[in-house]
Write a protein that binds this ligand. Structure first.
Ligand code: UT7
Length: 339
């Protein structure tokens, strides 16, 4: 098996993971009582069986903070050790302050600088890559990278095309600069790829509610403050871009598809994931899937899945793990790790 090549940024490692999903479960059968749909349609077209919905008053920052606490515990460090917090989200608690600042307060992580990143479903990998640059430049040492979403706040519950797809949740990782002597650190980041195509912004968006279209009774009536998606077009771009990004991250790491022990893809649709597995020629047992339980939680899908894969033993120390995401923007990103 080829060894991962030495990358310019090889001193950065994921040393802890955590996740949190709300208690309330919304099943496909529950949805079939709200809109004209069925468990059969949702299962065969998406793979999703149920999703979690945040409780009344439970905000993105609450879910983010709980996932972060679990990641800190898994890394064996305290909030005081953290000097950078990045929250990837498209459902911030409010326009400002950033959700990351609210998380800093909730964790009492007073030594950290904190800000949000908006890259939709690719947000977590954008944030991870941003943290990696901070760490490898020597500017920061210990980062909490969180993907957290309360997508239930952006759903049009009368639109069956979208309301069946999304859910709420949060995942977090602790990323640390490795010191000399850490010859074989866990969760070593080998390579990363990011991309976007802003010419396709209209295919997946929340058109209203921000500065271009501030909230008015009229645009609320037209549900312009909810998710609008051209599903079929988004699907095609998702498959193409996630395959390309995967191949680029593999090539940068000096690896081939056959060397990958586990792919942890963005969890939007099982048919997208199967298409990627087939095009990359990676057997489905080496693709981690949990979307049947949570649906699409945007920036949270990958860190939640990474945490579950790690805790369940689906990925083990030394495994080559490929993370790959695609989302509104369009944005895409991939990261190759040795776990
Ligand atoms: O996370 C960011 C990236 N997001 C994605 O990657 C999502 C990408 N897109 C998709 O996953 C799929 O396009 C969807 C799951 C959104 C839709 O699946 P599809 O196979 O592309 O269905 P479609 O939109 O082409 O619709 C097929 C039919 C339509 O009926 P007609 O026009 O053929 O009569 C829809 O009205 O299915 C109908 N339909 C539904 N029927 C029952 C759409 N949604 C539903 C539903 N229940 N929930």
């Amino acid at each position: 098996m080829p060894q991962p090549s030495t990358q310019p940024f090889c001193t950065c490692s994921i040393v802890g993971t955590g996740s949190y999903v709300p208690e309330r479960v919304l099943t496909n059968d529950d949805l079939s009582k709200i809109v004209e749909t069925s468990d059969e349609w949702i299962t065969t077209r998406t793979g999703i069986k149920e999703r979690r919905i945040a409780a009344e008053g439970e905000n993105t920052s609450d879910m983010a903070s709980e996932a972060a606490r679990r990641a800190l515990a898994s890394a064996g460090i305290t909030a005081a050790d953290v000097d950078l917090i990045i929250v990837a989200t498209v459902t911030p608690d409010m326009f400002f302050p950033s959700t990351a600042c609210i998380v800093q307060k909730k964790l009492e992580a007073w030594n950290a600088v904190a800000f949000d990143i908006s890259a939709a479903c690719s947000g977590f990998l954008y944030a991870l890559q941003t943290a990696r640059h901070f760490i490898n430049s020597g500017n920061r040492k210990t980062a909490l990278i969180i993907g957290a979403e309360k997508l239930s706040s952006l759903i049009n519950w009368t639109d069956r095309n979208t309301c069946v797809l999304f859910g709420d949740g949060a995942g977090a990782v602790v990323v640390r600069r490795m010191e000399e002597g850490d010859a074989n650190p866990p969760g070593r980041i080998l390579s990363a790829v990011m991309g976007c195509d802003g010419s396709l912004t209209d295919l997946l968006k929340v058109p209203g509610g921000a500065s271009a279209m501030p909230v008015t009774p009229e645009n609320i009536d037209q549900r312009l403050n909810t998710i609008h998606m051209e599903g079929r077009e988004t699907f095609k771009h998702a498959v193409t871009r996630m395959c390309q990004a995967s191949e680029q991250a593999l090539s940068m790491a000096g690896l081939e598809a056959k060397d990958v022990n586990m792919v942890i893809p963005h969890q939007a649709n099982l048919r997208i994931i199967s298409a990627i597995a087939s095009r990359l020629d990676i057997p489905e047992e080496r693709i981690f899937v949990n979307l049947q339980k949570y649906g699409n939680t945007s920036a949270a899908t990958i860190p939640v899945a990474l945490d579950e894969a790690s805790r369940s033993g689906a990925i083990k120390r030394g495994d080559n793990v490929l993370l790959v995401a695609f989302g509104g923007g369009f944005t895409w990103a991939s990261t190759m790790l040795t776990w």
